[in-house]
Ligand binder design. Structure first.
Ligand code: SF4
Length: 333
């Protein structure tokens, strides 16, 4: 991981539900082995300002002084807003935009501090707390997500969310490492724990590998095992990536849906991360009205892609995504 650069970068993320997002750093200290976001920030989005360090206060101040903001802001599309370098700027941003009525989606694999919850508590209906947790096994978590909080600390976010009156509590099982995380008994225990802690909604996504993925799978035993199962070119909203074959995904997501329903949880898979799931009657987060994480704009504007289509045919549909123009009409001031 290169040096973390503090910044406040407002981005339209077409390949993540076509929404507005705000990154508070370039790069993320959590250094997850499967993360492809930092290279994406550097190489595709060029968010590092030519590699030059941006003064923290200057960058955040620029954002804070805007006179218009999107009506909903995803924190954060390519970084974790609760990573150490992002936490201070996050507080400043929330204090600026929440009183203006901006809805925020806070997605983290770390601890949401009480300081942050105190800010959120005045605007509970504008807040969705999204916690990333795929495994209760902290040996796995430490090896694969070395900068992130242990499982119990992540779960404690839900205790605090309830204490501070935040009604929208969501868990992302993302990514599920095939051969590591997808045994039913382990996932069942995780779901039991999520129910106890007060999660209401769950989404899941199998690992996918891109050229931007941080870890070369051979350097980490968990990633090495997982990578052996990622054999199929899968169409994601961001382009082709390698993941498990579609039938394995559908099997696991169907099982998770049943298990979640039994426990009173809403479940959906992330449609952006395998376009073949969208529009086929499968419960994606985009099609489930109870899963408020996703606006569904990306999937709903795409042609339906049947699971049986050959990859070459699917590939031909991908360029249609890059022709989509951001919708800049949904701003609040
Ligand atoms: S927390 Fe998210 S952004 Fe940060 S390294 Fe992990 S996957 Fe990447």
């Amino acid at each position: 991981m290169a040096e973390i650069i503090a910044q406040a970068r407002l981005v339209r993320v077409e390949n993540m539900c076509d929404q507005w997002g705000l990154d508070l750093t370039a790069g993320c200290e959590h250094a997850c082995m499967y993360c492809h976001f930092h290279k994406h920030q550097v190489l595709s989005l060029r968010h590092e300002h030519g590699g030059e360090i941006v003064a923290k206060s200057l960058a955040v101040d620029s954002f804070l002084s805007l006179d218009q903001y999107p009506d909903t802001l995803y924190l954060s599309p390519h970084t974790d807003p609760l990573a150490p370098s992002a936490r201070g700027p996050l507080e400043a941003v929330l204090k600026r935009i929440l009183p203006l009525g901006v809805r925020v989606i806070i997605s983290t694999k770390n601890v949401v501090t009480r300081r942050i919850f105190r800010i959120l508590a005045d605007y509970p209906e504008q807040v969705l707390v999204l916690i990333g947790l795929t495994s209760l096994d902290d040996d796995r978590n430490k090896a694969v997500e070395p900068g992130c909080a242990p499982a119990l600390a992540r779960l404690a976010n839900f205790d605090l969310a309830k204490e501070y009156g935040i009604p929208s509590r969501f868990t992302r099982l993302d990514p599920i490492l095939p051969g590591v995380d997808d045994a039913h008994p382990a996932l069942g225990r995780l779901l039991d724990e999520l129910v106890l802690r007060g999660t209401l909604q769950v989404s899941a996504t199998y690992l996918f590998l891109t050229p931007f993925t941080v870890s070369t799978p051979t350097t980490n035993p968990y990633m090495r095992e997982a990578a052996t199962w990622c054999r199929e070119a899968s169409p994601t909203a961001g382009g082709l990536a390698y993941s498990v074959p579609l039938p394995r995904k559908v099997d696991l997501y169907s099982w998770l849906k049943r298990e979640c329903t039994t426990r009173g949880l809403h479940f959906g898979a992330c449609g952006c991360k395998d376009l073949r799931l969208g529009g086929n009657g499968f419960a994606t987060a985009c099609t489930n009205p109870c899963l408020s994480e996703c606006t569904g704009r990306t999937i709903c504007s795409l042609p339906v892609i049947e699971p049986s289509l050959p990859v070459d045919t699917v590939r031909e549909t991908i360029p249609q995504l890059s022709a989509k123009k951001p919708d800049s009409s949904r701003l609040v001031s």
